[in-house]
Design a protein around this ligand. Structure first.
Ligand code: SF4
Length: 151
């Protein structure tokens, strides 16, 4: 039995639906990458895991050095909230929406290029995501290696 610290329904903020598809193990600190990698491994190990759209900080933020003392606000709050809103508006999702994460990821993959054009400009990680593609540790494409959804 796994002893991961994640709940049955994991929480992801809007723009992290894209980040989880691209994450390859790099990040802001050792603690951040340890947590993010464990979350991605949990997602791969639990294909039917549910996700709840978080209004602000989520399972990834909680180990981030940019998370403020209130455990909700990011040091780059304006920027990340704009990215969250852009993703949710395009997908028609709202904070609190619960759905199977795999279905959500496949829906995001199906319009990845369009979403990245709306959500990702100005992000320091964008060149790496474009170079590596949507084959992150948590990506359905990492599991199947299918190119069906690659735009
Ligand atoms: S930079 Fe901000 S939005 Fe990104 S993981 Fe850290 S706290 Fe969360």
């Amino acid at each position: 039995m796994s002893n991961h610290p994640f709940s049955d329904t994991i929480a992801l903020r809007g723009h992290h639906f894209l980040c989880t598809l691209h994450y390859q193990g790099a990040g802001y600190s050792a603690g951040f990458t340890d947590n993010f990698t464990a979350l991605c491994q949990h997602i791969q190990d639990t294909p039917d895991v549910q996700v709840r759209v978080a209004p602000m900080a989520d399972e990834i933020c909680r180990a981030c050095p940019s998370l403020q003392d209130d455990a909700e606000t990011c040091a780059y709050q304006m920027s990340v909230m704009r990215r969250d809103r852009a993703l949710l508006d395009e997908m028609g999702w709202q904070a609190g929406t619960v759905m199977p994460l795999r279905e959500a990821h496949l829906a995001v993959l199906a319009q990845r290029e369009h979403l990245m054009a709306k959500v990702c400009p100005g992000c320091d990680w964008l060149p790496r995501c474009l170079e590596k593609g949507p084959y992150g540790i948590a990506s359905p494409l990492n599991e199947s290696r299918s190119k069906e959804f690659v735009s």
